[in-house]
Each structure stands twice: as structure tokens, then as C-alpha cells.
Design a protein around this ligand. Structure first.
Ligand SMILES: [Zn+2]
Length: 356
């Protein structure tokens, strides 16, 4: 019997959404042990998504193990790897990295369930836009993880995705530099066999996460609900998604049509390195915090909005200022009444950047 492989695209035939596996150990899974827990977790994910994106396409959802290292989400039927029937501490997963344990025990199942909406109700117009479907499924799974495990887990996954994007190929280039997201399947080459997965799924999830941070949670969830409502049973292109997202963007100057955002993150490559310096002058209550954010590693026209968080002693409330980066240094200056304890550049992963 030939080995199971993730489905390969065939011209003219839209392939069902799939997810490519991480390396797995040689084991004989016994998925029956955890079947009730899997059913409960799956029901919770389904309910979480239905609350945000509207009802799923079918009233029943069957979750089935498949003896491979992948998953696939059809309308009303989800296959997940038998490894997804284990908990992270179980023996078959314990030899894997922390990221792979989370992937199999939590992420893969939620990702495939999210395809009930993204990939089955809303589809893409073709391979350059397929990243949208996989990114929506992947980020929806992360939203569910964040909801029931806390924001720290979301941040850990985003950090792992960033490491994968910054990993070096034999040529010395980073995986992310292989090509923009919209190259889709064309990113998969013999020199970079994993680039298509890492870029369209993981950088794609980052793109959605950055949009969420730009517009705030309420607007972002409204965007996803409207995406389902407007494109149910219809294909969507990247440009249609951009124009829809614009309608949920707060009125911030600089990039009102998200053309710079999509130009940098979707139609091009590049992850900036950001370094912050700051100093405090004056005396309380008339203090001034002044600083710079220096950007490097990207073309000179690259510009992003990055938050700087200012924390105070014994207080939970924080002050935030936003810096628009540019080639070289961008300055910021904030009047303060209290001396801050910490000044942190982008503490909640609002931008995909290297922050040494
Ligand atoms: Zn998928």
C-alpha cells in the first residue's frame, strides 16, 4: 500500500482543504482511549465557531480518526490523525516537541472543524487566494485555543510560526523569503518543500492576527461574521477580502484601504527587525518619555504600526502609544505624570517582526 500523503492539487479540481503534518514517531495509536474527550472538545470548538461565524453548513458533524499524519475537513465529516486522539502528556506524543504536541492534541482538530466554514461554506477563487481559506481555518483554531487555554498559548503558537518563517534554507535564505503568500502551491519546490505550508498557513495566520490587532477584537469578529454572511457558497479573492476588511478598519490615517498592509504582508515578502530605545526626562508629574524604533531588514518603503506599551508601578492600567515605522528610525514622545516601570515594544505580538 503506498504511503499516505497530503493530497496534491490537480488542475481544474478544487481540492478539499487539508493540513500538512509535522513529523510523527513510529507508533501504533489506539484512539479509542480518548474518544469521549475528543467528542467533547470537538463539540466545544463547533459551538465556539458557530457563535462567531453563524451555524455550520450541516446539523451533524462526524469526527473520524485516520491512520496518517494529516487531517481533512469535508462538509459534516472531519478526518483527523490518530495522533489527535492523544493528550500532550500521553506516551505517543511525549517524544515530540511542545509545538508538535499542541498541534496534534489541539490545533489540528479545531483547524479541520473550522473548515466547515472556511473551505466548505466560503471558498477561494483559485490557488493565489487559497491562503485565505487555510489562514482562516488556522487562525480560527488559534482563537479557540486562546479562548479555552488563554492568550499565552496563542502567543506561543505565533512565536513558533515566526521561528518557522525565519528558519534558514540550505541557500541561507529564510523560508519566508521564498515568495509572497499569493504564490500558493507554487511556493512548494524541491529546494523549499515546506515553504508552501509555512507561508500560506502560518504567515497567513499572522496576517489575520495583525489585522485583528489593527482593528480590535470586536471589529475583527464582526469582519469574520460578515465574511461568512456575504460570501456563503461563493468564492472570494484576496482583493475582495481586503475591501471587506477595510469596512471594519477604525479611522486611522496612513493606510485607509489597507493597500500598504496587503502590499507588504500578502503580495510581497519581508519581516522587519525592530529595535527600540527610550529615555525619560523631567520630574513628576511633568515627565516626558521619548524614544525611537529603528527598522531594518526590509525595503526602505516598508512601514508598519507598532505599539509601545508603558507600564506603571503597582497599577494594572497601561498607556500605549503607536509608532509608524519607516526606513531608519521613527521617533515617539509621550507626556507622563508617573515614572514608568517598563516600556515594552509590542508585548502582545501585534506585528510580525524580529525584536532582539
Ligand atoms: Zn486546512
Amino acid at each position: 500500500m503506498p504511503p499516505l500523503r497530503p493530497p496534491q492539487p490537480r488542475p481544474g479540481i478544487r481540492q478539499p482543504p487539508s493540513i500538512i503534518p509535522l513529523p510523527a514517531p513510529e507508533i501504533a495509536p489506539t484512539p479509542v482511549r480518548r474518544i469521549e474527550q475528543v467528542a467533547e472538545d470537538s463539540a466545544q470548538a463547533l459551538q465556539f465557531f458557530a457563535n462567531r461565524f453563524g451555524p455550520p453548513p450541516l446539523r451533524h458533524l462526524t469526527i473520524s480518526p485516520i491512520p496518517g499524519r494529516f487531517g481533512q475537513g469535508f462538509p459534516g465529516l472531519v478526518y483527523v490523525s490518530t495522533l489527535s486522539y492523544y493528550q500532550p502528556q500521553d506516551q505517543p506524543l511525549e517524544r515530540l516537541s511542545a509545538g508538535a504536541r499542541l498541534f496534534y492534541s489541539e490545533q489540528l482538530r479545531a483547524h479541520e472543524i473550522a473548515h466547515q466554514w472556511w473551505g466548505n461554506l466560503v471558498i477561494s477563487t483559485g490557488y493565489p487566494n487559497e491562503w485565505l481559506i487555510e489562514s482562516l481555518a488556522d487562525y480560527s483554531a488559534l482563537l479557540f485555543l486562546e479562548h479555552h487555554k488563554g492568550e499565552r498559548v496563542l502567543q506561543e503558537v505565533l512565536d513558533r510560526y515566526k521561528s518557522n518563517l525565519l528558519a534558514k534554507l540550505d541557500t541561507g535564505e529564510t523560508v519566508e523569503s521564498v515568495g509572497p503568500i499569493v504564490l500558493g502551491e507554487r511556493l512548494r519546490t524541491s529546494r523549499s518543500p515546506k515553504a508552501q505550508y509555512t507561508i500560506t498557513y502560518e504567515k497567513g495566520a499572522w496576517v489575520l492576527h495583525m489585522l485583528r490587532r489593527l482593528m480590535g477584537d470586536q471589529k475583527f469578529f464582526s469582519l469574520l461574521a460578515e465574511l461568512r454572511r456575504r460570501y456563503e457558497y461563493k468564492p472570494i479573492s484576496t482583493e475582495e477580502f481586503r475591501r471587506l476588511a477595510v469596512q471594519f478598519l477604525p479611522a486611522v490615517p496612513g493606510d485607509p484601504n489597507l493597500e500598504t498592509f496587503f502590499g507588504q504582508w500578502v503580495y510581497s515578502t519581508g519581516i522587519p527587525t525592530l529595535r527600540m530605545t527610550h529615555r525619560l526626562t523631567g520630574k513628576g508629574p511633568r515627565l516626558r518619555l521619548a524614544g525611537t524604533v529603528k527598522q531594518s531588514g526590509v525595503p526602505e518603503h516598508f512601514s508598519i504600526t507598532v505599539p509601545v506599551e508603558i507600564q506603571f508601578p503597582g497599577r494594572t492600567e497601561k498607556t500605549e502609544t503607536r509608532v509608524q515605522t519607516a526606513d531608519g528610525e521613527a521617533a515617539f514622545s509621550v507626556a507622563l505624570k508617573l515614572r514608568p516601570t517598563r516600556v515594552v515594544l509590542d508585548p502582545r505580538n501585534s506585528v510580525l517582526a524580529i525584536k532582539p
